[in-house]
Ligand binder design. Structure first.
Ligand code: NDP
Length: 478
């Protein structure tokens, strides 16, 4: 089927006013780092330098933790929940007011399509603050005792795949429960966290309640290992998650880890094929596959394998890859050169191990970091592309004959973050859901998020839950 020709429809960048350089946000103010180090953040779609950002060293992290401690003891933990709620509501409303600017900034710095940052990321960011504002004065009804206490200062480290959304998942519940925070965004995507710091100023949030320290892995390490924090919340790779768990084990710090995944998206023979194909595409090509809960292993019942694969190939040929700011774009840029190298390497391993690689005809831009939507068929469970998180737009397809075999294969992974089931039979959905070892099981849909719904993993996907009533536990002394 030929692709429609679309005229370019780029979203204007003029709504974003980038500063040449950004300081650290400590105690309510932007300021320089102690040792004067900085790094550049670029647009992964064009490699254009967007801004210079301060690299926080251990002395800066220490200043931020001290500010957060002071704000915790003198202001925030003593404030009634109904007053904290007002600040969270105010932040949520400012996010809505500045939604278009935040969406453009996120797409510029991260490379994700504007359609996603505008329609998914930013609305969910606002929703997380609204939702947790609602909890701030009702914590005694959350099921954690009559007067649940906050933990203190939270050190939070987030990844680059959903920069502002991961910030919201971390900061909204922490603040609602009465904690103060020091957050480190990822090195490649610091700009929306810095815009959020401005929003805190705009909302008149008391100084020190939120502190943002930019930097790379070493800044993250200095933060999680700082003796002055009471709680560590991390989202990122399983490898770094394990290091953090080891570093925090001999301390009194409470830790939650949200790590990698290798989710199975299971399509039964009675599933409506077109709907399932949309779900498969959304499962693995949303956000270029940079999604911890991505449906990166497609398990198709053998009897419908050819139909599903033919439809999937047809659908992939209609995906538009290119300028993240173009409103027609479905697949944007890969976030960094390092991530692109990892996707390329694992895809080459897939071919070398004997799987068959296919991508639709697709012209990649010359500048920037790009990878075409890719499907591997003939994948066996032993292949590395069926076992390791690729974190890119690459789908491994396997088959099964019976529901029992589907469960066996779906659970054959060190991870356990999410899974999808496609069938018309409600009983089969329930049968599968009770057997899949995954924190979230989607039925006849995929990658659906809601602040009221807890999210988190089993096994090497980490521990602790974010969102919903369950997510509050991570920030309360229970
Ligand atoms: P990391 O786990 O390295 O990054 C996550 C965050 O942790 C970033 O802010 C990073 O800083 C920071 N960090 C790095 N090292 C340390 C440390 N020793 N102590 C504390 N914080 C640290 O992920 P990568 O960006 O390197 O991605 C590698 C792979 O991880 C991906 O290919 C993907 O497979 C997986 N991943 C999974 C994610 C998920 O949501 N499950 C999210 C991101 C990645 P900085 O970025 O500045 O180096």
């Amino acid at each position: 089927m030929p692709k429609f020709e679309y005229a370019p429809a780029p979203e204007s960048r003029s709504i974003v006013s980038l500063r040449e350089s950004y300081g650290l946000f400590i105690n309510g103010e932007f300021g320089p780092g102690v040792d004067g180090r900085a790094f550049k953040t670029i647009s992964p779609a064009t490699e254009e330098v967007l801004a210079e950002v301060t690299e926080a060293g251990p002395a800066d992290v220490d200043r931020a933790v001290t500010a957060a401690r002071k704000a915790y003891e003198h202001t925030w933990s003593a404030m009634p929940g109904r007053e904290r709620a007002k600040y969270l509501f105010r932040i949520a409303r400012i996010i809505q007011e500045r939604a278009r600017e935040l969406a453009v900034l996120e797409s510029l710095d991260n490379g994700k399509p504007i359609r996603e940052s505008r329609d998914v990321d930013i609305p969910l960011v606002a929703a997380h603050f609204f939702y947790h504002a609602g909890w701030a004065d009702k914590l005694e009804y959350a099921g954690y005792g009559p007067a649940p206490r906050p933990l203190g200062v939270a050190g939070q480290v987030i990844p680059w795949n959903f920069p502002l959304l991961m910030l919201a998942w971390k900061i909204a519940p922490a603040l609602a429960c009465g904690n103060t925070v020091v957050l480190k965004p990822a090195e490649t995507t610091p700009l929306t966290a810095l815009a959020f710091a401005e929003i805190c100023q705009q909302a008149d949030l008391p100084p020190g309640v939120v502190n943002i320290v930019t930097g790379a892995g070493e800044t993250g390490r200095a933060l999680v290992e700082h003796p002055g924090i009471d709680k560590v919340a991390f989202t990122g790779s399983t490898e770094v998650g394990k290091q953090i768990a080891r570093a925090c084990a001999p301390t009194r710090k409470k830790v939650t880890l949200e790590l990698g995944g290798k989710a199975a998206n299971v399509v039964f023979e009675d599933a409506p094929v077109d709907q399932a194909v949309e779900g498969i595409v959304n499962g693995i090509f949303f956000n270029q596959g940079h999604v911890c809960c991505a449906g990166s292993r497609l398990l198709v019942q053998e009897s419908v394998y050819s139909d599903v694969l033919a439809s999937l190939r047809r659908r992939l040929a209609t995906l538009r890859l290119g300028d993240p700011l173009d409103k027609n774009t479905d697949v944007g840029a890969i976030n960094s050169a390092a991530q692109l190298a990892k996707i390329r390497e694992l895809s080459e391993v897939g071919e070398a191990e004997g799987a068959e690689r296919w991508s639709p005809p697709c012209e990649l831009p010359v500048k920037g970091f790009w990878f075409p939507p890719t499907i591997f068929t003939g994948v066996s469970q032993a292949h590395r592309i069926a076992r390791e998180e690729i974190f890119g737009p690459v789908l491994s397809v396997l088959t099964f004959r019976t529901p029992a075999e589907a469960v066996e294969k779906a659970n054959n992974t060190p991870y356990g973050l999410s899974a999808g089931v496609w069938t018309e039979k409600g009983s089969l959905i329930l049968w599968m859901a009770s057997r899949l070892r995954a924190g979230v099981v989607w039925a006849n849909t995929f990658n659906k998020f809601d602040p009221a719904s807890p999210f988190g993993g089993y096994k090497e996907s980490g521990y602790g839950r974010e969102g919903g009533r369950h997510g509050l536990e991570a920030y309360l002394d229970v």
